[in-house]
Design a protein around this ligand. Structure first.
Ligand SMILES: [Fe+2]
Length: 515
């Protein structure tokens, strides 16, 4: 791909962003929004789980020393665990319709000298600042319709920066933290104070372009990512150098208009799956433009990293997924990857019901293994676990693109039907699953794999020689907990549990930056 930019193609993509027109024309449904507020309020009085969808208690949160509840911070674990998620759901008596529309709050759990501090700050996006000033929501979102929306000029006018984070080297050579969304620009944050510094422009031609929340990082620090223009069946591919500079981009055409949230990467290829949740119609919200097509195959696009114009296509049975595990290619050229696949029930209905304090039982996401054969055939090769609902798949990043043995997921649905209660380790070689169950009073969030640091004499050699770090919402103590587990022995339970003096709204994704 080199460093050649296709300026015209990039600008065409931006200009073609039909999202702008679509959002500007959103309709009015004030009665539904009011009842959202009341419905959630009534539910929160009787359902402890509703705490997970309450706005953060303040725009800025700080705990200099997070209380250790049990265990001890492992020696050698030193760095910052960042997280992002929607954290503001109500303004002026109005409650958002869809979980994914909440304004983003970024968190930093700094681990140093066996102690942990927490900082949380709302990302000061343009949208957030304008709405703070106005005292009301001004623009519609993915699945929320706002009465009398103000005019918008581009996707960044509705950017909530709420999905993930990426520590990176900034333009001046200093480290910075990016708050990621998927519909527009990333926001730059100071990686210590979490102060919002503004949007990042990778190159002048790319201002305001979508940049997904699931970048993939090679072992040398090279970052690959995409941004989807589903209105025009196009996708932009980004390659960012280990020093944080744009190393190349390409606009891919003829990408099926399915909602693509994440992708996977082998040593040689990028793999995109356009699910059976396709853009089919005009509607009041972006989400309503998509339709679940239960008989429509998923379309898989595989492109070569060294030549993005070189692509192969496959079909898979109907499905929808948010997230992928690892992917690799064997000597014969067959590509395999793991994925948490279900249908579009959660994004369409489940994430709306939660905002009303209600439960919609969507089909569980099953952990599946897919094979894409060199000869053009593709299939779900196996279901890795019959245990219902797996999400947030993670693995040892040092084994990215390899036939790795272990995969970690959040799973086991709570009896209430809301959220998962376990962190699971899948041995892909033997099929054995080990787990730690946090209990029915917990809602477990994404856990990241952190390899034990290498030293001159001692270092991680085994694939599972490291820790899992992740948060959970404890519904008994009404507080968010930080949990650290030995990745080799999840069944022993956490090595350390710490508890914040407040409950954070449930979030999405995080990243680790070693000290
Ligand atoms: Fe995601």
């Amino acid at each position: 791909m080199g460093t050649e930019f296709s300026r015209r193609a990039a600008l065409q993509t931006l200009a073609a962003s039909g999202a702008v027109a679509a959002l500007a024309s959103t309709g009015i449904n004030a009665s539904a929004q009011t009842s959202n507020f009341d419905s959630y309020g009534a539910s929160a009085k009787k359902n402890p789980w509703a705490l997970g969808w309450r706005s953060a208690g303040a725009a800025d949160l700080s705990t200099p020393e997070v209380k250790l509840i049990s265990g001890k911070i492992p020696a050698g674990l030193s760095g910052t665990f960042y997280r992002n998620g929607p954290a503001l759901f109500e303004r002026d008596g109005l409650r958002l319709d869809h979980w994914f529309d909440g304004d983003g709050m970024v968190h930093a759990y700094n681990i140093s000298g066996g102690k942990v501090s927490h900082t949380g700050r709302m990302v000061r996006t343009g949208k957030y600042l304008r709405e703070e000033k106005a005292g009301r929501f001004l623009v519609s979102g993915l699945g929320t319709k706002i009465e009398n929306p103000v005019a918008i000029s581009g996707p960044d006018d509705v950017n909530v920066a709420n999905t993930s984070v990426l520590p990176i080297i900034g333009a001046n050579g200093d480290s910075e933290l990016l708050a990621l969304w998927e519909g527009g620009s990333v926001y730059r944050l100071d990686d210590t104070s979490l102060e919002t510094l503004g949007t990042k422009t990778w190159a002048p031609e790319l201002q305001g372009m979508p940049f997904s929340a699931h970048p993939k990082i090679e072992n040398d620090g090279t970052v690959w990512n995409f941004g989807q223009d589903f209105f025009n069946n196009r996708m932009i591919i980004y390659k960012i150098s280990p020093k944080g500079k744009l190393a190349g981009m390409r606009v891919l055409k003829n990408i099926p208009g399915g909602m693509i949230h994440d992708f996977c990467m082998t040593k040689k290829h990028l793999i995109f799956v356009a699910p059976s949740f396709r853009i089919t119609r005009k509607a009041d919200t972006i989400l309503d433009m998509f339709k679940w097509l239960p008989n429509e195959s998923q379309r898989v696009i595989v492109v070569e990293k060294d030549n993005l114009d070189n692509r192969r296509e496959y079909e898979l049975p109907p499905g929808f997924q948010f997230h992928y595990g690892n992917a690799w290619e064997d000597k014969s050229g067959d590509i395999r990857f793991s994925v948490c696949v279900g249908d579009s029930g959660f994004i369409e209905k489940g994430a709306k019901a939660l905002m009303r304090g209600e439960i919609y039982e969507s089909a569980p996401a099953r952990l599946a293994h897919v094979v894409l054969r060199k000869n053009g055939s593709a299939k779900i090769e196996s279901i890795l676990s019959e245990r219902a609902t797996h999400e947030f798949p993670q693995f040892n990043a040092r084994f990215s693109g390899q036939n790795a043995r272990y995969l970690y997921t959040v799973g086991d649905q709570a009896k209430t039907g809301v959220g998962q209660i376990s962190i699971l380790k899948h041995d892909l070689k033997t099929g054995k699953i080990t787990a730690h169950n946090y209990g029915e009073h917990s809602i477990v969030e994404e856990h990241l794999y952190i390899p034990r640091p290498r030293t001159a004499h001692l270092g991680a050699i085994r694939e599972d020689d490291g820790w899992l770090i992740g948060t959970s919402l404890n519904l008994k103590t009404k507080a968010t907990r930080l949990n650290i587990l030995n990745a080799a022995r999840l069944e022993d339970g956490p090595l350390a549990v710490l508890e914040l003096p407040y409950a954070l709204p449930l979030g999405f994704h995080g990243a680790w930056k070693k000290a």
